[in-house]
Write a protein that binds this ligand. Structure first.
Ligand SMILES: [Zn+2]
Length: 90
């Protein structure tokens, strides 16, 4: 299960996380409560999110791949996902 972060320092470069737009991202660094990374969905960067205000979740490699291919499995359907959805394989 994805782990909700309390502190940006729980992520290290090379870890995977879900940002507040539900993109699976590769972490490139953390700084003063912010997480920075690259979206695995569309390559956009820097994907900066604040912890804890953005509800950033740490993902395993397997989860990051699943998110990339199918989207996050546990997001309520009433939440409007972003453009990312159109890149996810049906
Ligand atoms: Zn954010």
């Amino acid at each position: 299960m994805p782990i909700l972060l309390d502190d940006a320092e729980e992520l290290e470069p090379g870890d995977f996380y879900e940002d507040c737009a539900y993109h699976p991202c590769l972490c490139t660094g953390t700084d003063m409560g912010m997480v920075e990374g690259i979206s695995l969905v569309d390559g956009s960067y820097p994907r900066q999110c604040g912890v804890p205000q953005c509800d950033v979740r740490k993902l395993t490699l397997e989860e990051a791949i699943h998110w990339r291919l199918h989207g996050p499995p546990d997001v309520p359907t009433e939440i409007e996902l972003t453009d990312a959805q159109k890149y996810w394989i049906k």
